[in-house]
Design a protein around this ligand. Structure first.
Ligand SMILES: Nc1nc2c(ncn2[C@@H]2O[C@H](COP(=O)(O)OP(=O)(O)OP(=O)(O)O)[C@@H](O)[C@H]2O)c(=O)[nH]1
Ligand SMILES: [Mg+2]
Ligand SMILES: [Zn+2]
Length: 316
């Protein structure tokens, strides 16, 4: 926010950042660091965690949010109606959190990574609960992600190796922790910022799944510099999808290989001379990543057919 922008604001209004979203109420952090509970002006105002807003105090306790300032990078999800829903805004990085337990859903991780590529966000992977040990398959998947250039950190909130490697990935930027319920996102937040005191809960002994403990996104200041947003765990996730032909750009190694396909408009499915399929066959491309690509390609096709009027998101 520049001085010129602030000068254009009606008197009494201030700029703040939404640090928690409780539906019709949000918590706004003022420029001096004070947090104020605010109502939203009008039903149409859609506010998410991370938003910069214009707000004004109503009384000593409560404020009113009047407007959302333009957002830069956002994390969105695809809704059942084919729309993009913003989850958090003004981000730099997503950190996809998987864990030894519940068992990782790598396809969900791939969808977060593809969404980050399309949204122009950087992405990293944190593998938590390393104190429980990593399976050979977990090791293989993590090594594959590292090989294609994503920062991968192995962490634990209970024992060695601790969370120092994650702190390094988070320094100086605004990040959001995303992933399945029960992987330990809120526990990681608490390990990095003890006074955050986010609620955590054991995963279900019967289903070995998380209990969806965190119900809304909340932002915290990291020691040193940087901000960290904890978000509710998901069962599944899909980002807003581009046209099917652009799905490959969400998979950086597939995007690189595509330059060697015989046909420029290769979809990497059944075409002859496809460098992507050849790489999947000879093992230079992870067959699991290739399968995630094909699933997302199929989903993009289905959405294109079901929602022909939908405008695909602009890729960055
Ligand atoms: N063994 C082990 N357990 C952990 C570790 N980190 C977190 N846990 C446990 O995992 C369970 C789930 O942790 P949460 O932090 O609530 O998980 P979450 O990802 O925030 O879950 P949602 O809010 O539902 O998305 C809790 O019982 C934590 O104590 C770890 O490093 N090792
Ligand atoms: Mg949580
Ligand atoms: Zn191809």
């Amino acid at each position: 926010m520049t001085t010129a922008d602030t000068a254009a604001m009606p008197t009494g209004r201030r700029v703040g950042r939404v640090v928690a979203n409780h539906g019709r109420h949000v918590e706004v952090q003022d420029l001096d660091g004070r947090r104020v509970l605010c109502r939203l002006h009008g039903r149409k105002l859609l506010v998410v965690c991370g938003d910069e807003v214009e707000w004004a105090p109503e009384d000593a306790e409560v404020g009113l949010v009047h407007a959302v300032l333009p957002r830069h990078h956002v994390l969105e999800r695809l809704s059942m109606t084919g729309r993009a829903e913003t989850i958090v805004s003004n981000l730099d990085r997503i950190v996809a959190v998987a864990a030894a337990k519940p068992s990782p859903d790598w396809q969900v991780i791939d969808r977060y990574l593809a969404g980050a590529e399309w949204a122009g966000l950087s992405a990293a992977i944190a593998f938590n609960k390393c104190d429980l040990g990593l399976s050979a398959d977990d090791e293989r998947q993590l090594n594959d992600y590292a090989a294609i250039g994503y920062p991968v950190v192995r962490v634990s909130t209970r024992a060695e190796p601790g969370v120092a490697a994650l702190a390094t990935v988070l320094a100086d930027v605004t990040s959001v922790l995303v992933g399945q319920s029960g992987t330990g996102k809120s526990s990681l937040l608490n390990a990095l910022i003890p006074h955050a005191r986010a609620v955590t809960q054991e995963i279900s002994a019967a289903s070995e799944e998380g209990r969806h403990t965190t119900t809304h996104a909340a932002m915290h200041e990291l020691p040193g510099s940087g901000r960290l947003i904890d978000s509710p765990g998901v069962r599944d996730y899909a980002p807003p999808l581009p046209v099917p032909a652009a799905v490959g750009s969400g998979f950086r190694e597939i995007h690189r290989l595509a330059a060697h396909c015989k046909f420029q408009d290769c979809r990497h499915l059944t075409e002859p001379g496809c460098a992507v399929r050849t790489a999947a066959d000879d093992g230079t491309l992870s067959s699991r990543r290739y399968s995630s690509y094909r699933h997302l390609y199929q989903l993009a096709k289905e959405f294109e057919e079901r929602f022909p009027a939908r405008r695909p998101p602009r890729l960055r």
